[in-house]
Design a protein around this ligand. Sequence first.
Ligand code: ZN
Ligand code: ZN
Length: 261
Amino acid sequence: MRVCLLASGSRGNSTLIEVDGCRLLIDAGLSGIETSRRLSTIGLTCDDLHAILVTHEHHDHVGGIGPLARRHNLPVYIDQQTHAALPKLGKIADLQLFSAGESFSLQNLLISSFSTTHDAVNPVGFTIQSDEGKIGFATDLGIPTRLVANQLQDCRVLVLEANHDEQMLQDGSYPWELKQRIRSRHGHLSNNQSCLLLEEICWSGMEALFLAHLSEENNCPDLAGQVFRETLTGCGHDPEIIIGRQSCASFCFETEPLLVS
Ligand SMILES: [Zn+2]
Ligand SMILES: [Zn+2]
């Protein structure tokens, strides 16, 4: 199992997940060239990919999907309302439509989608389950709902939004309307909101926590890392914390296969 945030933040998001030989991207907000460049830092090319999963239609998540899917013949798994909200996506030869809340298989993986609250038509998070354990993925969340907390239980690796520090957002230069949008039930999770969610779902089997979609203006990697480390310590757990960056790929987390007893 390998997980790497190729890019994370309001200017482009894409995450590489490799489980049991199946390599997929969750979102493709970078250009094809940049996706390829960042994959190369972990020894992969776009031709090594098997699928793209889409969380929602915002440009920072879908900007590179059309060209990437067409050039490399990749199936695109996308909620049907989200697809309808992307008239400029262009033709995708292998379009795999689902409805938020549905599960589907991809090679040996069971992928489940679940609804999130965000200002998009039908946004989702994902869990990916296999013999190697469960990966949870939830970014672009207005609020951490009960459904999200339930879906993200028992994850070996968790990718969670940590968009802003509430005080930095308050004191920062964004216009008031934008601050309100970010803070709203359909905006983004603050460090504190995300930590409250984490308290409900962290467990001894969690090996890595990725912090994703950090605002470059309203958050700071060191601060976020410290806040989440304190939360995890308070819960008695010690997974690795890996922080997603906008300008480069994150550390690539890699596990050995679980020993089957
Ligand atoms: Zn986003
Ligand atoms: Zn969004």
